[in-house]
Each structure stands twice: as C-alpha cells, then as structure tokens.
Ligand binder design. Sequence first.
Ligand code: ADP
Ligand code: MG
Length: 704
Amino acid sequence: MTHATDTVLNRDKPVTALSGVSAKRAQQLAKLQIETIGDLAGHFPRRYEDWTSLKPIGDLQDGEDGVFLAQVQKVPTLFRKGTRSTLQTVLRDPSGAIKGVWFNQPYLQDKLAVGDIFLFRGRVKREGRSFSVFNPAFEPQPQAVFPEVGESLAEAVADTFVRPVYPTTQGLGQNLLRGFVDRALAAVIPELDETLPGEIRRRYLLPDRVWAYTQIHNPDHLENYRLAKRRLAFDELLLLQLGLRLSKTAEMQRKAVPLRFTSQPKLLTELKKNITALPFPLTGDQKKALSDILKDMDKAVAMNRLLQGDVGSGKTIVAFLAMHACVLAGRQAVLMAPTGILAKQHEDSLRRLFPDIPAERIACLTGQQSAAQKRQVYERLKSGDIMYLIGTHAVLQKGVDFRALGLAVTDEQHRFGVKQRLRLIEEGDAHVLVMSATPIPRTLGLIVYGDLDVSVISEKPPGRKPIKTYTARTKDMPRLHAMIRRSAAHGNQTYVVCPMVNESDDSDLQSAVELYERLANTELTDLRVGLLHGQMKEKDKNEVMDRFLAGDIQVLVSTTVIEVGVDNPMATFMLVMNAERFGLAQLHQLRGRIGRGADESICVLQSDVGEGLARERLVTLCKSEDGFEIAEADLRLRGPGDFFGTRQHGLPTFRMANLYEDQELLSQSAEACSHILRDDPTLAQLEHAALREEAIRFLAQREA
Ligand code: ADP
Ligand code: MG
C-alpha cells in the first residue's frame, strides 16, 4: 500500500490529535522528544515488568521480584507516624502466606478487601522465618481460581502479561503514558508498510514490521521482545546505510561548478611548482589523494570526499594543495578546524608553506574576534580580497558570505556534529572535503561515512621514529621528572596531559591547574612550565601555544585541548595522567602530538589501576601504533561504559541498535544493503517504495 502524499498520515499528526492528550500533556511529551503520534508509537520501553512468571507463595525467594496470586486474608491495618504511614495485611495462597507492606500509600487500604484475589508483584524479603513483600503492585483477578497444590499456576490467571515501563518525565505517570502509547500504536499500525523484501526477512530470520512494533511495546513473552528488538535494530542500521548510499547517487547529489583544473596545463604547472618548493617531497599516498581530489573538483557534481589518515600522516598539506588549486582556478576555499588553536596553527603553516601567496589573501576567523574584525573579514570575503579562509565553526555563521566558494574543507571531522557538517555542505555549489584521523573499524565506517568517497593515507612521511609507549604508576613520578629534565637538556619539550581542568572534591583525578602549580613551583622549578586548557581565553591560549612552539615553554601542562592537530616537532615526550580515564582512540590521538620530529619520542601512560580490562587497554597502546589496530582492539575490549567514545567518532546514536554489541546485525544489514542496491541502485522498484521512503525519512530525521 502506498499513500497519497497530500493526506496527512496519523504518524505525522501532533500528539494532541490523539484523544486525551491535552496541551499540557503535549508539553510533557515534548520533553521526551515526542511531538507526533509517530514519535509516540516509536517511544520504546526502557524495560519490562514480567508478570508472567507466577510462583506459589511457598516458593518465593528472599530478594526476588516475586509475582504471585493471593487472597487478602485480613483487614489491612494502617499505622501512622506524622506524615508517614505503613499499611499491612496478610496475603495467602494454598502453599503459604506472606506479609504485604505498603509505605505511605494509605489510600490502598480501601482497595484491598478481605477475600479478594489479586496478582501481586514486588520485592520479596525474608525476615526471620516469615516473608514480606514491600510496596507490591497488584491487579485484581476476580475470575481467578486457585489451583490445587501441584497444578499449573499459569492457568489460574486468565491473562498474564509483560508490562512495558517507558522512559518518562516529571508529572507523567507510567499508566497514563502507557495509555497514550497504546492509542498511538493503534493509530499508526494500519499505516505501517512492510519495508523489507520477503527474501531479506527470510534470510536473516526477521519478523514482520507490524509484529515487531506490537511486540516491542506489549510482548506476549520476553522472548518476543528480543525478536522484535532485533528487527527494529536491523531496520535502523539498514535505513541509515541505504539513506547514506542513496544520497551518493547522481540524482541526489548537489551540483557544483567544475573547476576544470586538470585540463589547464598552466594551472597544473603552477601547482607543481608549489609542490616542488615544499620543504619535503609528498608521499605516494599524499599524491594519490591530491589527484583524487583534483579529479573530483573537475566535475559538475559536488565532491564529497573523506581524506582519512592516521595522526601525523600529513593530511594538512593535501588540503592546502587542494585549496590552492581551487584558488588558482579562480574560486575561494575555506578550511574549518575544531579549535581556535588549530585554526591559528593552520593559518601559520599555510603562510609558511606557500610564501608566494600574498599575505592579504589569507584570513583567519574565530569566535573570539571582535565584531569589527569579523565585519572586515566578511566584507573582504564578499569582495574576493580574501581567497583562503581558515577558522573555527565561526566560518559557518550568518554573515559569512563568499564571492565564489569553490571548496570547503573540514579538519578533524569527527569533532563536529553532523549538523555542522551539513551546514557547510549546503553552502551552495562548493566541493567538500572532510578530513579525519579517527581510525574507525571498517564495519563502523559504513555507518559513519557511507555517503562519502574515501581517500586513505596509510603511509607515514619518511624518517619518523616509532614512539615508545610505557605505563607508569604514581610512585614512578620522580623518575618521570628526571626523564622530562633530560629531554629538556636536549632541547626537547614535553606535554603533560591531565583529564580535567580544575580539582573537584569527589575525585582524585589529577587536575591540570593543580599539577601545573606543583610542577612550576616545587618539582620542576628549574624548567619553564606552561599551562593550557579550554577554559582559558582564546588570546591567552594562543600566547601559550606560541611560546610553546617557540621553545620558550619546555613543559606544557594541558587538558585534551591539544588532542587535535597541534604540531610541534620539538615535543618528544608526553606524560598522560590518569590514562585510564581516556578512550583508546583518544589516547592514540593525543600520542600523535609527539613523534613528529627527527628525535625519538616517548609516551608514558600514568595510571594506578590494577589488573583487568583497564590495564589491558593501556597495554594495547604500548604494543601498537596502528590506529586501526587500536580501534579494533578498543571495540573488542570495550567495557560496558562508552570508553570508545561516541563523540570521538561522531558515531550516530540509535534507539534500538547498539554499534558495539550488534556487530553481527551490523554486518548482516550491510550485506542486505549491498544486496538490495545491487539490483535496484536507486530503489526505484515498486517492491522497494516503502523502503526508499523510510530511508529518506530516517536520514532527514537524523539531520533535522
Ligand atoms: P595529520 O595528518 O595528523 O593532520 P599533519 O598534516 O599535521 O598530520 O602532518 C604532520 C607533520 O608531518 C607536519 O609537520 C607536516 O609538515 C609533516 N609532513 C607532512 N607531509 C610530509 C612529507 N611528505 N614528508 C615529511 N613531512 C611531512
Ligand atoms: Mg591534522
């Protein structure tokens, strides 16, 4: 069934279209990100109360959430003490009796009439030889008949159930919310089309969509919930991949102004001259990446390319050359970096590596500049006086208006939100290049970068010495101080990285401010120690960074603000405090700040955690310098917490799928995605109409 586009589907109607949902309720629902009836039907339970595993009272165990059928044996007695109260009665079945206790719910007294039979559910506690159940929920069972001892209890109750418990918000009770969801579901179910071809459902043993929606909310058994969840998780993974792949198809791609760079020998010669003038020859991978980019920019469809390469692989120069080519062809280029420090550094390197570019053609734009300074940049961008713009996300702000933008580059892509990336992409008819050092396991790459073409730099610039990585404990600090001194005596510099800026009472984590004071005033008084963290003013940060780059600061105590991009080849020693607090990918990224010069570099991971997973993770880093290997290990070793760091990777979040736990589902959905697109690359076949609609919808929702 397909729907005429002019009729509004129930799922798109506001929640207030549902009977019983007032404006006030709608406001509460909005706090849960629920706006439409469809959102309500897609508000999945957080957990379930199992009311199906009935037991005779005689079999209840201390500490369990017991479910039992019982008769009220005594008139409940109510004790009051000030505003507090306790209600007590005895509940009985043929196998035994248990004390029912309710705190501060005096109104329940009238509901528990002697002789009535209820299904109870609550935490059971043993007290001496007797058992009590505290604050049990209960449901009347007027039809119930107690079985003889030994007969099945389940049959005694007409209707056992698993009850969903939804994430909710202040003032919105479970029962009410449950009612809303049930009604939303009833409205949405008739218009839910099956999206998956039967063949895919059979191959991966997936239940149908209506069944999945029904069972995720009200499972007949807990086992059904698992099947339903698997189907819905599969859908999320598949829809995102399909959406991303669809957005790569020609009809969906943005138009761009072709630069016609490679067909103009004069421009090519000019660029070659610049390449020869660089202080180093390009590596093979850098040349290949540049050539991919130049070819893309010649086309009338916009380039949408990811330049991936481990930390220190030399992505920046490739981006500069692409920008330069774009400007040679007559259009402007912009580079966006995640921090002001990095933007500033990129500006400096561009000027240094391309001394022929007139100084006034290059400008830097960050959030810290005065309104007047910004206005001046805006005007000169508009007039084309500035051809190379480098900046933070300030370059995305209103007012930034190019005369003719040809290329937009984002550095350290994973640090930006999806939204920010899109703003840049929608900048009109510019080509887009994104760069990321974040090694992502291949399976996850499909999900994050499925819409991009990829160039990889795997070969590092020649002459790099490997970084030696060790772990150390607090007792090793004196030795570490000696190592820092020795390195300074050779004219080299040190980073000391702390997990937090200021000290907090509830933690013994090393703070940057406190450690800086200790090193500067007590332990390393003979060295010049500096401090850098994200809460400092942009101007102060830049000043510290300049002094560090100039060699004036020998030991830089900092937070992870130095994580991305910062490039000082004289820094050869890094000490990371409380290393267990960082994600592996993040530590690898941090470590990439050293090992950039000719001298041997050492990284020490300080951590007092004992054995186990946390230790094993750190050891992984000591053993490997390969970002991909580390990312795979991280995925394998990851504990229950999100060490890997969703933020670190710009990974999408799903409601049902879990990128770490659902690896098998992820590869199955990737396989299904390829399979479907092989026969029908644009999902034009009628059989795929619903799938196409949902994929585009899913992508649009994520990006909204
Ligand atoms: P990343 O890929 O992490 O952004 P950078 O672009 O900052 O790496 O490069 C790291 C360092 O390597 C810089 O100092 C850069 O000048 C240098 N570099 C880049 N390419 C080469 C090369 N082909 N040969 C030698 N050094 C290079
Ligand atoms: Mg970089």
